[in-house]
Design a protein around this ligand. Structure first.
Ligand code: NAG
Ligand code: NAG
Ligand code: NAG
Ligand code: NAG
Length: 208
């Protein structure tokens, strides 16, 4: 009996820690608890679940649950994406931003644009997204500076407007510093995000 109870507890604890999001309400709450809609100046009313998955060298890939903290070495990436909830083929634009650079207390360099890519389209019935063209801003692994608190790294998915390929506001040579995702969305007509998730990553512990 006692053993069963313990086994059950462990199962729930591990399962809970690894489980991905199944509820839009939970994702919205995680965003609100972390003050993200306000900080990014976005209206966050997601229609879909966004799954962001990081391949790992020797273990099973890790799929984010909104707000989860990952060790920096688990975020090497590049991540893969999937959507759950609605059958819509895309294409989608996906962005990843850090509003906490260099520190959450004094984010003078924010936002850092860690990823920006278009042409993500639904590839199978499971909602996996595939892309055949290179990203505008290639994935940049989190690297919060020593001494900083954990940073929030936020992924947002938008419907891609027809003329998106012609935009020149952000190109592969645009600095990744001082980006503004809501300003960009407004300028190029992305509308409001359809889905999103985020993770927290702290600096590497000092080497010994
Ligand atoms: C990341 O580092 C931690 C602590 O050093 C280690 O336990 C873990 O196996 C590493 N994970 C990966 C994916 O390398
Ligand atoms: C596809 O998306 C990934 C991120 O998931 C990105 O690194 C890559 O440049 C994109 N393009 C191609 C052709 O893979
Ligand atoms: C998407 O695909 C089109 C057609 O292949 C291409 O012209 C465009 O540059 C690609 N990238 C983006 C971000 O739209
Ligand atoms: C980012 O852009 C939005 C929309 O244009 C604007 O409301 C907001 O003040 C901007 N944020 C910063 C830090 O400039």
């Amino acid at each position: 009996m006692r053993f069963n109870f313990l086994a059950c507890f462990l199962f729930l604890a591990i399962g809970g820690a690894l489980a991905q999001d199944v509820s839009l309400k939970d994702v919205v709450k995680a965003f609100e608890d972390a003050d993200i809609p306000k900080i990014l100046a976005i209206n966050f009313k997601p229609k879909l679940l966004l799954e962001v998955t990081f391949p790992q060298e020797s273990e099973t890939a890790v799929t984010l649950k909104a707000g989860v903290q990952l060790a920096r070495n688990a975020t090497k990436g590049p991540p893969t994406f999937a959507i759950r909830g609605v059958r819509t083929p895309g294409p989608f634009v996906i962005a990843m931003v850090d509003p906490d650079a260099p520190t959450p207390q004094d984010p003078w360099a924010a936002q850092i644009r860690h990823y920006l890519g278009g042409n993500h389209t639904v590839h199978d019935r499971g909602g996996a997204l595939k892309n055949q063209t290179s990203a505008i801003t290639e994935y940049l692994q989190p690297g919060p500076p020593a001494g900083s608190d954990a940073h929030r790294y936020i992924f947002l998915l938008f419907k891609q407007p027809k003329d998106f390929a012609a935009q020149e506001v952000i190109t592969p040579s645009t600095s990744v510093v001082a980006f503004n995702i809501s300003g960009f969305a407004e300028t190029v007509g992305l509308g409001e995000p359809l889905a999103g998730t985020f993770m927290r990553v702290a600096p590497d512990p000092p080497a010994v």
